[in-house]
Design a protein around this ligand. Structure first.
Ligand code: NAD
Ligand code: UFG
Length: 358
């Protein structure tokens, strides 16, 4: 019996593969490398000493997906595959809706056909929109503010409907807060294409000298120092949350939503200090206008995951920064040597269409 990991070559997927293999699970990984590199597959094997089956398939391709189910005894699926850049989703809404939602429909249809009814889905704290109460609990009002967020919200609703139609499903919807850091080996980590959109990889690239300075997006928020506050969670803690959800799916049916966060909020300036401490490097920065669509504060109430799944985030902000820095210094160009820094929107419309044969 194996666990199928869609998007397993990606940032969170690769760390989850390592934890699954280390725990003794058999895994089958599917990814089309639209936002990842084949090298990661080799690295997962190096870290764990385990081999596993990998399919270089597009989840949109139903025939190829069926082949995976025919060739393997799949018992459950962790579904990471999807496009995830908020800004890009505003420019390419159709590609985001098509890729994220259609691939999930293809996956669920196939799961139904092969009678595999255990699913863990990657959702996001972005579904809380502009939260009003903190910490944010799972029953907070939901509202997505961009196409990416709407794909997550729509998929959550699709999965709820699926369970209403067939009570044999066991579905865990995991709403991640801000995953950062890397595996302690420094062998796998976050490898953004082009200039990073997110804070931690941007800081890491400033520290190593690839980028000149950090733009701090606004210091007028009603927060401790005026800069945005987020709930940063170590990617390995996040990965372990998937194992706990998978275990729960094996003994109980239903659809449940869980926040995966630490419950603590750190400001941008606090993150800069923590990274300076971890790396011994100065992070030059300047304050610029706030980023449209950004919320001032976002941090989780993680108690439901602790109560139901026995999961709690254990790694602190210092370890997140030390591990992110180790990954950055060991892999200054990510998984590819001589990778050039490209535009922040790495998938230009035409390029995307060609690569995905639309
Ligand atoms: P990632 O881009 O590193 O990984 C996603 C993987 O899915 C990539 O390897 C990509 O090549 C693959 N993929 C995309 N479309 C595919 C398709 N049609 N067929 C096959 N493979 C496909 O992203 P990540 O940070 O690891 O995120 C994983 C999941 O978690 C995503 O669904 C993302 O939306 C969600 N999430 C991420 C964050 C975050 O900050 N990283 C926060 C909340 C939620
Ligand atoms: N920030 C900067 N400068 C930068 C990048 C970010 O000041 O160059 C600030 C932002 O304004 C924000 C904080 O750093 O206050 C964190 O920003 P990120 O872009 O790292 O993360 P977000 O919280 O904006 O968004 C992330 C993911 C979304 C996901 C959300 C909740 O990018 O996909 O977390 O999970 F929806």
């Amino acid at each position: 019996m194996a666990i199928l990991i869609t998007g397993g070559a990606g940032y969170i997927g690769s760390h989850t593969c390592v934890e699954l293999l280390n725990t003794g699970y058999e895994i089958v990984v599917l990814d089309n490398f639209i936002n990842s590199k084949p090298e990661v597959i080799k690295r997962i094997t190096e870290i764990t000493g385990c081999t596993f089956k990998f399919y270089n398939h597009d989840l949109l391709d139903k025939k190829s997906l069926e082949q995976v189910f025919l060739e393997n005894d799949i018992e459950a699926v962790i579904h990471f595959a999807g496009l995830k850049a908020v800004g890009e989703s505003v420019d390419l809404p159709l590609q985001y809706y098509y890729n994220n939602i259609t691939s999930t429909l293809v996956l669920c249809e196939t799961l139904q056909k092969y009678d595999v009814k255990k699913l863990v889905f990657s959702s996001s704290a972005t579904v809380y929109g502009l939260p009003e109460r903190f910490p944010i609990s799972e029953d907070s009002p939901l509202r997505a503010l961009n196409p990416y967020g709407r794909t997550k919200l729509m998929i959550e609703e699709i999965l709820q409907d699926l369970y209403v139609s067939d009570k044999n499903w066991s579905i865990s919807i995991l709403r991640y807060f801000n995953p950062i850091g890397a595996h302690g080996s420094g062998q796998i980590g976050e490898d953004p294409n082009g200039v990073p959109n997110n804070l931690m990889p941007y800081i890491a690239q400033v520290a190593i000298g690839k980028l000149k300075e950090l733009n701090v997006f606004g210091n007028q928020y009603a927060t401790k120092d005026g800069t945005g506050v987020r709930d940063y969670i170590h990617v390995v803690d996040l990965a372990l949350g998937h194992l706990r959800a998978l275990e729960k799916n094996t003994y109980s049916k239903g659809v449940e939503v869980y926040n995966l966060g630490t419950g603590k909020g750190y400001s941008v300036l606090e993150m800069i200090s923590a990274f300076e401490e971890a790396s011994g490097k100065k992070i030059p920065y300047k304050v610029v206008d706030s980023r449209p669509g950004d919320v001032a504060v976002c941090y989780a109430d993680p108690l439901k995951a602790e109560k139901d799944l026995g999961w709690i985030a254990k790694k602190g902000i210092d370890e997140m920064c030390v591990d992110a820095w180790r990954w950055q210094t060991k892999n200054p160009y990510g998984y590819e040597i001589n990778q050039e820094i490209k535009s922040p929107y790495f998938i230009k419309s035409e390029d995307f269409l060609i690569r995905n044969k639309y």
